[in-house]
Design a protein around this ligand. Structure first.
Ligand SMILES: Nc1nc2c(ncn2[C@@H]2O[C@H](COP(=O)(O)OP(=O)(O)O)[C@@H](O)[C@H]2O)c(=O)[nH]1
Ligand SMILES: [Mg+2]
Length: 282
């Protein structure tokens, strides 16, 4: 997992670096986590990529509720003509991305004497799947085009097809961390260091959240019998049904927490989206 300690000076430098890279590209591919599209969005992204063609990618769609992902797709269509649903590990959605890029390339070059290559960069907060997507896009053959005049030293362009070039280093933006709900969403999805919070508290918060709309998933997975249980009682029932007990029959909260978090993050519990587009934004 990619972990970065963000501090104001680092954020300022990152912002400047990305702004400089943006000058060299025609298209920005913004990766979001389909389970938490708003929480996984960098707070300044809209200011940064003003006047740039943007492709919004809802990644990790295999872990999200497909019906809600469809709603998010409509939502983000208000910002971009190209909104794609992706699983960057197995590569679903990658073909569509290349098609979008070809279409944008051709429309830009239409009627032009000199056909210019389309250049793009991938941006997103840590762990959203940027490296996985770059690997998928380039495969083993990720041919580097080398430095060319006008390109900042050290930058490498990877050929993705005829006249489509990808900047080899993605823009890693800081996550939102002002509001506690966003922080929890990122933590539930495994996008922030687990060591920064108590695992049992985090799992209890997740169980609380899942109990609101997805109690049936917990009920089925852990053979629960009392839907009226409090979240803490539910956690204890999970420990009971799994036999996660310590000497003297005490509940092993740590192990129970680890299991619930792992099974949520891996999608074993089911495909769950934690954020819904609000209907009052139309
Ligand atoms: N299930 C699933 N996991 C993903 C997907 N994309 C990335 N991951 C996983 O998420 C973690 C972070 O991915 P990575 O590409 O390193 O993210 P980066 O920090 O943005 O470069 C890795 O464990 C990936 O295997 C996806 O679409 N679906
Ligand atoms: Mg990476």
């Amino acid at each position: 997992m990619e972990q970065i300690n963000w501090y104001p000076g680092h954020m300022k430098k990152t912002r400047e670096l990305i702004a400089a890279n943006l000058k060299m590209v025609d298209v920005v591919c913004e990766l979001l986590d389909a389970r938490i599209p708003l929480s996984s969005r960098n707070p300044i992204i809209n200011d940064l990529i003003i006047n740039k063609r943007r492709i919004v990618v809802l990644n990790k769609s295999d872990l999200a509720d497909p019906a809600i992902t469809a709603l998010w797709k409509d939502h983000f269509r208000r910002e971009s003509d190209d909104v794609l649903v992706m699983n960057s590990v197995i590569g679903s959605g990658v073909k569509e991305l290349l098609k979008s890029l070809e279409r944008i390339r051709d429309s830009r070059n239409e009627g032009q004497v000199r056909k210019r290559p389309l250049r793009l960069m991938i941006v997103g907060v840590p762990n959203v799947g940027k490296s996985s997507l770059i690997n998928r896009l380039t495969g083993k053959k990720g041919a580097r085009t080398g430095n060319k005049p006008g390109v900042t030293r050290g930058k490498q362009w990877l050929n993705l097809g005829a006249d489509i070039q990808l900047l080899d280093t993605p823009g890693i933006l800081w996550p939102k961390f002002e509001d506690p709900q966003t922080g929890l969403n990122l933590a539930f999805c495994g996008s922030v260091k687990d060591e920064t919070m108590d695992l049992a508290d985090l799992a209890l918060a997740l169980i609380t959240r899942l109990s609101e709309r997805h109690y049936a998933l917990l009920e089925e997975r852990y053979h629960l019998k009392n839907p009226t249980d409090t979240p803490l009682e539910t956690m204890e029932a999970i420990a009971g049904s799994r036999g996660y007990l310590l000497s003297g029959g005490r509940i092993d909260y740590e192990r129970t927490a680890r299991t619930v978090l792992d099974e949520f993050r891996s999608g074993t519990l089911g495909r769950v989206t934690l954020e819904y587009p609000s209907s009052d934004q139309h």
